[in-house]
Design a protein around this ligand. Structure first.
Ligand code: AHR
Length: 607
């Protein structure tokens, strides 16, 4: 029997109850959220990797890295095309193979920008096109002249209606009739389809994230914030302003180059455009190679964090607020939480407790007393608003067994953010997990919602992974250059995000296996959600009693996620595990059968 007293709420559900981490791991951002299809757009990733020369009809030329005449001080590497034969009809150009292919779709408008210059006897013109790897052109646009001064070119082209949705494509800039002996130089090359609310972010990925109705984005999360060294940390100041002025950095936490073309402002926009809050993570003086910034050298990093917060929420009349306004966003963003570092327990020297957290804490609280500060490791030297707990386990029972973790948490200490958690049972060829892992996470989530008074929010981690190159085994959403899919864990996030009310209602479940967990919530207007995770191999028929209401309307809706517990989704079978919805008849006491291996959210209207 599942009994809920819908007239008695135990606590409010937080706006930030369910969120996402944004960490550039698995090409989540570079080659993922950043909608630029062109890889190595600034020629800083292993010279001119991802680029090749294309020739046909007798055209000839070679490519090389050129550093002789930099575009600017941030971007000094150029792609040089030396043309040795290029009479009319003789094609010679440069091709980019993208992030494991270039994803194209039919009848879609692509916007390209790049910087170019020439030397030698440049005549003729250039053509930019999107074509298959075998040379079938789907979209093209002309560039009529190039001269010896670095110039920015912007153009658009639309793919033909018969363009197949595929990744087996390349981006090409080619010359026709230029003649032999001239050279062309390119830098900061971009090509993108329409993006999510014009944020520059890949639409299908953002649509999927937005559909879970996240309350916050932890930006940027994880090891990516720290980097292996001080010079490869996430240095937010180098990620703002025109993209050609951003130097980029080696993402040595995860092993690839980041152009930072999707920088801190993109992250802030991501949160705003999805109606969620940015949970801003600031670098706290510790890097993954175990460098700890000494106390007497930490002040500039504290100032950097203050500047970052000012960029996010300062008035446009402040130094960094003005830069935000110049970057196109005069209004402050809605930041309420700032996290100091990431997993700073790895430091091992005690510096986080002894001086790093205190220095950041005191400076931020003095300037922004309204902010809630999140500690990334336990701290006794200051009173802590929120502590960030991380949980990963390959065991599909782990999170079911952890469903009551926060039941006994002190209500007098810090609140908790579960900034990272996941059942890590992805496979070698698929960076997403099984239904069993997802049901286990759902059980844990019932406990986090029941304890919403101490758990301010939770973000499954990581959010995104490229199926062709992933560093972390199990992720919420996976993608290639053309397609994406949600894992069973994604659908659990989706179910909770779309089926949780404003208040937690007191409930109990008796007579069922202890592994079956429930949470009941209601909205202010009387919609009740009964959410149950059943990880057992048996269906559970339960009598559901909704006490404390005189009026239960019969038109209930059940959202059900169930299937083979070992099943997972993939690019070729994206919907093996996906929720279904069905009507059922509700009353103040009704029977419902929760299928074996399921997560179910029942929506009942009361008044
Ligand atoms: O999410 C993957 C990694 O797990 C994060 O970078 C780190 O914070 C955690 O250890």
């Amino acid at each position: 029997t599942l009994t809920a007293d819908v007239s008695r709420s135990t606590t409010g559900v937080n706006k930030t109850q369910f969120g996402d981490i944004v960490e550039d791991i698995n090409h989540s951002v570079e080659g993922g959220l950043d909608a630029n299809l062109v890889r190595n757009s600034t020629m800083k990733e292993n010279g001119v990797s991802s680029w090749s020369a294309v020739t046909s009809g007798g055209g000839a030329g070679t490519i090389a890295l050129d550093t002789t005449r930099p575009l600017n001080s941030a971007n000094g590497n150029a792609l040089k095309l030396s043309i040795t034969a290029n009479a009319r009809g003789q094609r010679v150009g440069v091709a980019n193979s993208g992030f494991y292919g270039i994803g194209l779709a039919p009848s879609t408008r692509y916007t390209t920008t790049f910087f170019a210059r020439s030397d030698g006897p440049f005549r003729g013109g250039l053509t930019v096109d999107l074509e298959s790897d075998t040379g079938t052109v789907y979209a093209k646009a002309p560039v009529h002249s190039v001269n010896s001064t670095w110039t920015k070119y912007s153009l658009t082209m639309t793919t033909a209606a018969n363009t197949p949705v595929s990744t087996a494509n390349r981006f090409v800039i080619s010359a026709d009739g230029v003649g032999a002996g001239s050279s062309l130089y390119f830098d900061v090359v971009t090509c993108q389809p329409p993006t999510y609310h014009d944020t520059g972010l890949r639409k299908d990925l953002m649509d999927k994230l937005a559909a879970t109705r996240p309350g916050f984005f932890r930006i940027p999360g994880g090891n990516y914030l720290e980097g292996n060294t001080l010079s490869t940390r996430f240095d937010w100041k180098t990620t703002i302003g025109p993209i050609e002025n951003r130097p980029g950095h080696q993402n040595d936490a995860w092993g690839y180059w980041s152009t930072d073309q999707a920088g801190i402002k993109s992250y802030l926009d991501m949160a705003e455009q999805t109606g969620s809050q940015p949970l801003l993570a600031v670098f706290a003086g510790y890097t993954l190679d175990h460098t700890v910034v000494p106390r007497d050298q930490l002040a500039p990093y504290v100032q950097d964090a203050l500047d970052e917060i000012q960029y996010a929420i300062g008035s446009p009349h402040t130094t960094w607020g003005a830069k935000r306004a110049a970057d196109g966003h005069p209004a402050p963003y809605d930041v309420r939480y700032v996290e100091i570092g990431n997993e700073d327990w790895f430091d091992g020297t005690g510096s986080y407790n002894s001086y790093r957290f205190p220095m950041f804490h005191d400076a931020i609280k003095a300037a922004y007393p309204q902010l809630q500060l999140v500690a990334s490791a336990s701290v006794s030297s200051r009173s802590v608003d929120v502590i960030d707990d991380h949980y990963y386990s390959g065991d599909t029972s782990y999170f079911t067994n952890a469903a009551h973790t926060y039941d006994g948490t002190s209500r007098n200490g810090p609140k908790h953010l579960v900034g990272e958690y996941a059942t890590t049972n992805g496979s070698n060829d698929n960076p997403t997990g099984t239904l069993a892992g997802a049901i286990s996470e759902a059980a844990f989530m019932t406990g986090m919602v029941r304890n919403a008074d101490v758990v301010v929010g939770a973000s499954y981690a990581p959010a995104l992974a490229d199926v062709n190159n992933f560093q972390w085994p199990t992720n919420e959403i996976a993608f290639d250059a053309a397609m994406s899919f949600g894992s069973p864990s994604y659908w659990v996030q989706h179910i909770f995000g779309n089926n949780t009310g404003d208040y937690v209602v007191s409930s109990s479940l008796t007579g069922a296996d202890a592994a079956v967990n429930e949470v009941v919530t209601r909205t202010a207007s009387g919609t009740v959600y009964v959410t149950v995770a059943n990880p057992t191999n048996s269906p559970v028929t339960s009598q559901i009693r909704l006490n404390g209401t005189t009026s239960v309307r019969p038109n209930g809706t059940a959202t059900v996620l169930t299937g083979d517990p070992n099943a997972r989704n993939s690019i070729t079978a994206p919907n093996t595990i996906a929720p279904t919805t069905a009507a059922f008849t509700a009353s103040s006491s009704f029977a419902y059968t929760f299928p074996a291996n399921s997560v179910v959210a029942l929506k009942v209207n009361t008044s």
